[in-house]
Design a protein around this ligand. Structure first.
Ligand code: SIN
Length: 529
């Protein structure tokens, strides 16, 4: 079946939903989302959204903190316009119904949290459930829009890119999409396709990300020939809960922002050895410090201590973390929290310009899947939700300019061809390879890398890639197979980019090239040959 829409948005986090609200004023919108519409990385964001809203704060300071964190690779003009456009976008979220937490002392102003690398309090939050609150409000708003259709349990397989006209100019015409429940593949034809698929934390064994974070948009864009940038910069969050029954549960950096102190299992502090900001140093420093201490001591985790703050304050400020930990037998008002670093955010992604345009006409990318130049070699905490709303507005602005002159392409699109493919009788291949990639990436392409480890990872991933390519065309596509193919592609891109960067900078640390080198003060760009 071929389905026609003006805008095909793949992904339903803050980027996809905020964009849908805007472009639905121009034309029809189809949102494709692989689980329920609220299941996204955004939904799990605890910390908040950074913006200058306090009289004592300044754009200059937010810009400065972002640039320092980014290790020399941020695009200064991008940082400047994102920081300056932030207050208007925050106001818009508030008008759309997002309830940010107000100050306990003065309910006329918002309570501002502090996180690593920020020189002052500037993070708007909804207690410790900011992403959940944003998703709630945006989904509520979208549900009233007649022009927007949401396709839950649908996953993009591949983008459709054709050369058109006498000049044979490439254009993205939409995507092939699998209806997961019915097991049917449909063609979605669109004037504009916008990838808002979030990150790829599932490439790693230990991650703060939910199961959906399999880098689908990134892998699709790469296969379609789009430019991919800076994939070596994977941000590891220092504090993921360490507990056998807790899967991917984040302990927000805001806990350290409110005075949480990192300790070894024997109770001693260690962050003073690594940075003057101690437990509130930028994330890359803290994650690397914990990794070093864990390797030296042989302990499985370190501890986060917030017990010196008042019980009522902790429960009111961090109700989600408090309740989750309590369920697991940890009362954070009097017990220390066992934590380990975990893959959290991918700073690289599909290279986009100031208006979210990729290198393929009519294909845009927004949010974590994109690489705008804001984060450089290391993202400043709580800058990502901000990047998503600023860019969704910019994409809308750009498309509005020539929307009325843009027609739907009538180029023939062949329907998805499943002929020859049979039902797989060997799903162990998928689970085995899934597990192997994630372990390989964790062990060889983690916080501390070396040339030898990268070589090992590349050999393993190349082999798995070949096996999947064979398997992929012989059997009918399933969600599991699509996701496996995508995490393998993304893992390959991370390893390749890590190889290309023969220095250490920001989140990329290679013991064979421990210095930062001026000649590498540039982006790593990969395009499919
Ligand atoms: C956190 O709450 O620690 C995560 C915030 C972020 O990743 O920006």
């Amino acid at each position: 079946m071929e389905f026609k829409t003006d805008f095909l948005i793949i992904g339903s986090g803050i980027a996809g939903l905020s964009l849908a609200i805007k472009v639905s004023t121009l034309g029809s919108v189809a949102i494709v989302t692989k689980k329920e519409k609220s299941e996204s990385n955004t939904n799990y964001a605890q910390g908040g959204i950074a913006a200058v809203t306090d009289q004592d704060d300044s754009f200059g300071e937010h810009i400065h903190d972002t640039l320092i964190c980014g290790g020399g690779l941020c695009k200064k003009d991008v940082v400047e316009f994102i920081v300056k456009e932030a207050p208007a976008r925050i106001q818009e979220l508030i008008e759309w119904g997002v309830n940010f937490t107000k100050s306990a002392e003065d309910p006329g102003i918002y309570d501002l949290g502090r996180e690593g690398g920020h020189s002052r309090r500037r993070v708007l939050h909804a207690k410790d459930l900011t992403g959940y609150e944003i998703e709630r409000a945006l989904n509520e708003k979208v549900s009233h829009l007649k022009n927007v259709q949401i396709f839950e349990n649908h996953i993009g397989i591949d983008l459709i890119v054709k050369k058109e006209g006498a000049a044979q100019v490439k254009r993205c015409l939409g995507a092939y999409v699998l209806d997961i429940e019915k097991n049917d593949v449909h063609t979605y034809r669109a004037k504009y396709t916008i990838l808002c698929t979030g990150g790829a934390g599932k490439v790693y064994l230990i991650t703060t990300n939910p199961d959906i974070a399999t880098g689908d948009g990134l892998a699709m864009a790469y296969r379609a020939g789009a430019q991919i940038a800076n994939m070596e910069f994977i941000q590891f969050h220092p504090t993921c809960l360490y507990h056998p029954d807790a899967k991917s549960f984040l302990i927000s950096e805001a806990v350290r922002g409110e005075g949480g102190i990192l300790r070894l299992k024997n109770g001693t502090t260690f962050m003073e050895k690594y940075h003057t900001m101690k437990s509130l140093a930028p994330r890359d420093v803290v994650a690397k410090a914990i990794d070093t201490e864990i390797k030296q001591s042989g302990d499985e985790y370190v501890l986060l201590d917030i017990t010196h703050r008042e019980r009522d304050f902790i429960i009111n400020r961090f109700p989600n973390i408090y309740n989750k930990c309590l369920e697991l037998g940890i009362d954070i008002t009097c017990d220390l929290i066992p934590v380990v670093p975990a893959a959290h955010y991918i700073c690289g992604g599909i290279a986009v310009d100031h208006y979210g345009r990729t290198s393929i006409p009519h294909l845009f990318a927004c949010g974590e899947v994109s690489c705008t130049g804001l984060h450089g070699a290391n993202r400043l905490a709580s800058n990502s939700l901000l990047e998503a709303v600023v860019y969704s507005h910019r994409i809308y602005t750009d498309i509005s300019r020539d929307y009325l002159n843009t027609t739907q392409s009538d180029t023939f699109i062949a329907p998805w061809d499943p002929s020859g493919a049979t039902e797989s009788d060997d799903s162990v291949v998928v689970t085995h390879n899934w597990d192997e990639i994630r372990r390989c990436m964790w062990n060889y392409v983690g916080i501390v890398r070396s040339n030898k480890r990268l070589e090992r990872a590349q050999r393993r991933i190349d082999l798995i890639q070949k096996e999947i390519d064979e398997y992929y065309w012989n059997f009918k596509v399933t969600k599991d197979l699509i996701e496996l193919r995508n995490i393998t592609t993304v893992a390959g891109l991370i390893v390749k980019s890590a190889f290309l960067r023969k220095e250490s900078r920001g989140l990329h640390y290679n013991i064979d090239f421990p210095e930062t080198r001026e000649e590498f003060k540039t982006n790593t760009i990969i395009t499919k040959e």
